[in-house]
Design a protein around this ligand. Structure first.
Ligand code: FES
Length: 92
């Protein structure tokens, strides 16, 4: 099964910048995915500070299959997940 790893930084800075809202949005997508067999399998993990937050304007940070998304928002993370899923689809 096509699987996508979404890592959401749960460090203090990223949490204050809205990382948990992103986490909630990805969890909602996970629930949706259970009813949608064609959808990629989404694994979401909270990870510790990636030490990228020295520049306070850049957070929150999320990685989608290793691709870093700075200043992440729910919409940009969803778009990255869907793009990655389509990309994996094309390879099969
Ligand atoms: S708290 Fe997210 S990179 Fe440091």
């Amino acid at each position: 099964m096509k699987s996508i790893l979404v890592e959401v930084c749960a460090g203090t800075h990223c949490t204050m910048m809205g990382a948990m809202n992103i986490m909630d949005a990805v969890h909602s997508l996970e629930e949706f995915q259970e009813d949608t067999p064609d959808m990629c399998d989404i694994q979401v993990r909270a990870i510790p500070c990636m030490n990228l937050c020295r520049d306070a304007a850049q957070g929150p940070f999320v990685r989608v299959d290793g691709k870093l998304i700075p200043q992440a928002e729910s919409e940009s993370v969803m778009a990255a997940i869907m793009a990655r899923c389509h990309q994996l689809d094309g390879k099969e």
